[in-house]
Design a protein around this ligand. Structure first.
Ligand SMILES: [Zn+2]
Length: 320
């Protein structure tokens, strides 16, 4: 295969594959285990790109990056027995082929053993240009984030507990940020695309990847499914990522819910707007769901909160 063809093949599918096959640790010492250094470094970089704190494909060992990596480590891997630092993945991510480190000339070939040494020795890191370009696009970026989270932060039977714990840890961090507005760091977790991805993943998993309205379930590959983890009270206003503020909807019914085409009463029954006009020759029309109970999670503690459903009804039924 020629160089040009190889470069053409480096598309979203290629990088999703690379992200799902990261070699978790080059360190053979037992205590390092499968500590998710590389995924956390990638999530940190992606988050800084999204927030506009990394604008060019030159990623220095900045305080933003050190701080973001530390926060994610605390939220996602604080129970890991091994604590290295940013220097560790920053160097070893090079083995994946899409992350390149530019050392300062006098430090060429050194292997810095601390983050401070790393800062001294490194000019910047850069991603494959194709990957950096993909990360500028919101949809590709979301797929890459979802791939990292699906593969690296959810394991078998522990999966849901871990996800909920991660979501809770993000929540606690956000609360402390919100209660301390004068001391707001440049990087704010409440705006993080990563924490939203953890919320979505926890919600769709609680509903077994089904739409709570129509029960549709369609999955292709580990990261693509037809349902969204929707917020009942909008996140942008309430910063509420608790599970009881979430509900799983397919794309159609997510949009319909957000626009008040239907509401849900205190007994979890569907109320369809009376002025809805629809033709649906091949699927059950929405109005036929009027009065039916939505799909509920198997455990009552995850049910949508009546207060949130009431908030949504008040917004939309008042306008009708
Ligand atoms: Zn649906």
């Amino acid at each position: 295969m020629s160089q040009a063809q190889q470069s053409d093949n480096k598309n979203l599918t290629y990088y999703r594959q690379r992200f799902s096959e990261l070699n978790p640790s080059k360190n053979k010492k037992k205590e390092s285990g499968n500590a998710p250094y590389k995924p956390i470094l990638l999530l940190s970089v992606i988050d800084l790109i999204t927030q506009g704190l990394i604008q060019d494909n030159r990623i220095p060992v900045s305080d933003d990056l050190i701080d973001t990596f530390d926060r994610y480590w605390q939220v996602l891997a604080s129970d890991s027995s091994y604590k290295g630092g940013l220097h560790y993945p920053f160097l070893y991510l090079q083995s994946e082929g899409f992350w390149h480190v530019q050392f300062k000339p006098e430090f060429q070939g050194l292997q810095p053993k601390t983050t401070n040494k790393l800062k001294e020795a490194v000019e910047y890191a850069y991603l494959d240009n194709q990957l950096f370009d993909l990360l500028q696009d919101e949809i590709s970026r979301q797929e890459l984030i979802d791939t990292l989270i699906a593969v690296w932060f959810s394991v078998n039977e522990k999966e849901l507990t871990d996800l909920l714990q991660a979501n809770q840890n993000f929540r606690n961090f956000t609360q402390s940020e919100l209660s301390n507005p004068n001391n707001e760091p440049r990087f704010v977790l409440k705006k993080s695309v990563i924490r939203k991805a953890f919320f979505r993943k926890a919600i769709v998993q609680i509903y077994d990847y089904k739409c709570a309205f129509c029960r549709l379930k369609a999955i292709r590959a580990i990261t693509q499914n037809i349902v969204d983890g929707a917020h009942i009270k909008p996140y942008s206003e309430y910063y509420d990522n608790s599970v009881s503020n979430g509900i799983s909807f397919c794309k159609n019914h997510h949009w319909g819910f957000d626009h008040g085409w239907f509401c849900i009463d205190d007994n979890y029954k569907i109320i369809v707007a009376s002025d809805l006009q629809e033709e649906s020759p091949h699927a059950r029309p929405m109005r036929e769901f009027h009065g039916e109970t939505i799909l509920l999670p198997s455990s009552e503690e995850y049910f949508p909160r009546p207060e949130a459903l009431r908030w949504h009804r008040e917004i939309w039924l008042r306008r009708a």
